[in-house]
Design a protein around this ligand. Structure first.
Ligand SMILES: Nc1nc(=O)c2ncn([C@@H]3O[C@H](COP(=O)(O)OP(=O)(O)O[C@H]4O[C@H](CO)[C@@H](O)[C@H](O)[C@H]4O)[C@@H](O)[C@H]3O)c2[nH]1
Ligand SMILES: [Mg+2]
Length: 210
């Protein structure tokens, strides 16, 4: 099983955000091919606002969520289109913890702090940010590391509007979910959520005995 050799990695095409690759290798004497992706590692921060006993999440339009929620139509020139009258943009809205890619030369917790300020407008002291865990995500396709944190904030720490970096085209809504309503909300399958949000909130219940 673990006898891997002759590994090669070849690019298909590449962007600053993702790099699709074809990997060939020999496993237990059998030649194999696997198509995968290099992506950035990421940090993800569960925000709990103590002043109002609520979680603070972000809501964004995620193109990847959208195109995987609709039926596409193949055009004569080979492109695919989506009938947006039939499939509204709401299908691509996703609720997530504040999160960002690890693309700066500073510590993970410092990146977490920056993302909280950029996306949610809270200036949270580093000592209020605690590590939950790190794990491999998307193991079939990317296998990047996700580093999960939890930050306790108060209304006093809210120094800006959040909403993401306008110069990078980010458009982010802040959504507050009261702790007392969160269990039902967490398992409402009609609401698109990232798995790291569910994991972080379950950790919160366990850690704080809620
Ligand atoms: N991906 C991408 N493709 C583009 O074509 C593309 N074009 C521009 N961009 C820019 O990249 C930046 C990405 O923003 P973040 O650093 O905040 O990262 P997120 O997209 O929020 O992703 C995080 O949160 C997700 C949900 O929890 C997790 O799944 C990820 O692992 C986790 O990293 C933005 O400035 C965006 O304008 C693209 N980004
Ligand atoms: Mg983000």
């Amino acid at each position: 099983m673990e006898k891997i050799s002759d590994v090669t990695i070849q690019p298909c095409s590449s962007t600053p955000y993702i790099k699709p690759l074809r990997i060939t290798y020999t496993q237990d004497g059998v030649k194999k091919i696997w198509d995968a992706m290099k992506v950035h590692d990421s940090v993800c921060v569960l925000l709990y606002n103590k002043s109002r006993d609520c979680f603070v999440f972000v809501r964004q339009f995620r193109p990847a969520v959208y195109i995987n929620s609709v039926v596409t139509e193949k055009q004569a020139d080979g492109t695919e289109t989506v009938d947006s009258a039939k499939y509204p943009g709401t299908l691509g809205l996703s609720y997530e913890c504040c999160a960002g890619i690890v693309d700066k030369d500073c510590s993970l917790v410092e990146i977490a702090k920056m993302e909280v300020l950029e996306e949610c407008g809270y200036d949270v002291p580093l000592e209020n940010i605690q590590k939950i865990t790190s794990y491999k995500s998307g193991t079939g396709v990317s296998g990047a590391m996700d580093h999960l944190f939890c930050a306790e904030v108060t209304d006093v720490m809210k120094t800006g509007p959040g909403g993401g970096l306008k110069e990078e085209g980010e458009l982010i809504d802040l959504i507050e979910i009261p702790l007392r309503e969160s269990r039902k909300w967490l398992f409402d399958e009609a609401i698109n959520k990232d798995g790291e949000l569910i994991l972080s909130v379950l950790w919160f219940y366990d850690h704080y005995g809620k």
